[in-house]
Design a protein around this ligand. Structure first.
Ligand code: ATR
Length: 293
């Protein structure tokens, strides 16, 4: 790591550029560590701080960003939909996802909302499995929560011919499919019953777990991979542990795999560039540092 050009590493001046991450709770967020690593690496006079903001005060806090001189902030659970409703301008991706994870305070003081979760998801897959392309075939997505929403929009935007949506609670998958249809993305989405989930693996070129199953302290995702082609890429967005039971099984049967930590690292790039003016790199040193925290 290089020493900061603005003084000793980690020291900020009165001119420092300020950004942060807003969520509730926020103590577990790895984003301050992630952006802090880049700020030190690139010697930037700036800070990226955790902002613990309760949902009922989120609108007020977001509106205050320009007055406080913030360059912007990331927004995490459970505030992404509130941010979506609060910002002055939305980019097309955030509009399609119905959620904002990155706010930039524009020159005129307006709040610009974007969503980089899908970008992070796709960039991670490309980095881990460079031969993978969305156009290659059907993608099967397990789960229908906020993470699934970003993943499905990103896959359809990237050219996936079909997304098979499988969720324990079918109504939630149908709600997601209906929301996607409302923004013109409905045609390639098929909802599959939880009990028939293994049939959704037949002929798939990508399998993504967006549920909490397989996370440390949670049971493994109950899913037999028998019907999944050996060439299909298997991605788990869970990254604690780095190798979930799903990824371990996929690796054992010879499928190409991609872990979840890269999605977090890559989603951070556009915000860092917008607030601090440097295009940051995702490197093994960064990954190690973020995981150590
Ligand atoms: P996130 O915003 O991170 O995606 P979420 O909105 O809480 O989190 O969604 C969690 C996902 O994990 C949901 O798809 C949920 O399924 P339900 O809609 O049926 O609740 C899924 N999930 C959680 N526990 C699960 C379990 N035991 N088996 C299968 N899916 C589960």
């Amino acid at each position: 790591m290089t020493a900061g050009s603005s003084g000793s590493a980690g020291t900020i001046s009165g001119k420092a550029k300020i950004a942060g991450v807003m969520g509730w709770p926020i103590g577990h967020s790895r984003s301050p560590r992630l952006h802090g690593f880049w700020l030190r690496q690139y010697g930037i006079d700036g800070a990226y701080v955790p902002l613990a903001v309760a949902p009922e005060r989120a609108e007020q806090a977001i509106r205050a960003l320009p007055a406080l001189g913030f360059r912007g902030c990331n927004v995490t659970v459970p505030l992404k939909e509130i941010a979506f409703r609060t910002v002055d301008r939305l980019d097309g991706t955030a509009r399609r996802m119905g959620a904002v994870n990155t706010i930039v305070v524009a020159e005129d003081g307006a709040l610009e909302g974007g969503n980089t979760d899908g970008f992070g998801f796709i960039e991670n897959l490309r980095a881990e499995q460079p031969d993978w392309t969305a156009e290659r075939g059907p993608a099967t997505v397990i789960g229908a929560g906020g993470a699934a929403r970003a993943v499905v929009v990103a896959l359809l935007d990237a050219g996936a011919p079909e997304v098979r949506l499988v969720n324990r609670t079918r109504a939630r998958a149908e709600e997601l499919a209906a929301d996607l249809a409302a923004v013109g993305l409905g045609s390639g989405v098929a909802v599959v019953d939880w009990v028939s989930r293994e049939t959704a693996l037949d002929g798939a070129s990508l399998l993504v777990n967006t549920t909490t199953q397989g996370m440390a302290g949670q049971p493994a995702l109950e899913l037999s991979l028998r019907a999944l082609p050996a060439s299909a890429v298997v991605n788990d967005i869970v990254y604690v542990p780095l190798e979930t039971p799903l990824l371990a099984e996929a690796r054992t049967r010879g499928n190409p795999v991609a872990g979840g930590i890269g999605m977090l690292l890559h989603q951070a790039r556009p915000g860092f560039k917008a607030w601090f003016g440097v295009e940051p790199q995702v490197t093994p040193d960064l990954t190690r540092f973020v995981l150590e925290g």
